[in-house]
Design a protein around this ligand. Structure first.
Ligand code: PGA
Length: 256
């Protein structure tokens, strides 16, 4: 099997004005080296995507949508479809816990978004993860299985190779509280087993599974070394070009 490309995603959330985003990317393009075996992706606010797409060298850096609506076009005031972002983004984040819990997105919405992204030739990054209450009650496996089955319900065995799964325990996102590598290893096993059940062993090995939740430049290596982890999703640490670059270099070193 061809070697998997390590994936580092910076989720900027609701940060940076247009000017700040552009300056940041300019700075980043000067510091980040191009690595053959890596995909470095940032997910800026939606209103900056068009302009940033003209600025970035896509061989060095790719763009992701943080969110989008699942219909391709129509009368949906205030929404942006992933079809409208074709040619601008390569990835789309789906099912982030902030979407699930702040904006009450359901598995049905998430499944429709996964489908919409694939329909537009954009790779969905499906986020899954348990809350602290679910973890305490020993429900991690049940939650991950449900979210995977729910989110991937209409994905064919041909399409699964274009999906990425991000394990993001809800309690570790934006809290500074980080998951123990053993817990992440356990979750990754659950995820790959579920993919194996749904799509077979080959797909389970081939799919990229990344980790996210309060990762910083000091903890990144511990997660990247976990068996079955193919990359990271970074929130806070991606807002600082130096920290983000340092993590990219670390990932390159560990995964090369
Ligand atoms: P964080 O965010 O690194 O700030 O915890 C991660 C995420 O939201 O994916």
């Amino acid at each position: 099997m061809a070697q998997k490309r390590t994936l580092i995603v910076g989720n900027w959330k609701m940060n940076f004005t247009m000017q700040e985003a552009s300056l940041y990317l300019h700075h980043l393009s000067e510091t980040v080296k191009m690595h053959q075996n890596m995909d470095v992706v940032v997910a800026p606010a939606i209103f900056t995507l068009q302009s940033l797409s003209l600025q970035v060298n896509r061989r060095q850096l790719k763009l992701a949508a943080q969110n989008f609506y699942w219909r391709d076009m129509g009368s949906f005031t205030g929404e942006v479809s992933i079809a409208q972002l074709r040619g601008i983004v390569d990835y789309g984040i789906v099912g982030h816990s902030e979407r699930r819990y702040v904006f009450h997105e359901t598995d049905k919405d998430i499944r429709a978004k996964v489908q919409a992204a694939l329909r537009s030739g954009i790779k969905p990054i499906l986020c899954v993860g348990e809350t602290i209450a679910e973890k305490t009650h020993g429900e991690t496996k049940a939650v991950l299985d449900d979210q995977l089955v729910g989110g991937l319900a209409n994905v064919t065995s041909e399409e699964i190779k274009d999906c990425v799964i991000a394990y993001e325990p809800v309690w570790a996102i934006g809290t500074g509280e980080s998951a123990m590598p053993d817990d992440v290893a356990y979750a990754v096993k659950i995820i790959r087993n579920q993919i194996k059940e749904l799509y077979g062993a080959k797909a389970a090995n081939a799919i990229r599974v990344i980790y996210g939740g309060s990762v910083n430049q000091f903890s990144a290596a511990d997660y990247l070394k976990i068996d079955g982890i193919d990359g990271l999703m970074l929130g806070k640490a991606s807002l600082e070009a130096e920290a983000f670059s340092a993590i990219i270099e670390k990932a390159h070193e560990i995964k090369k």
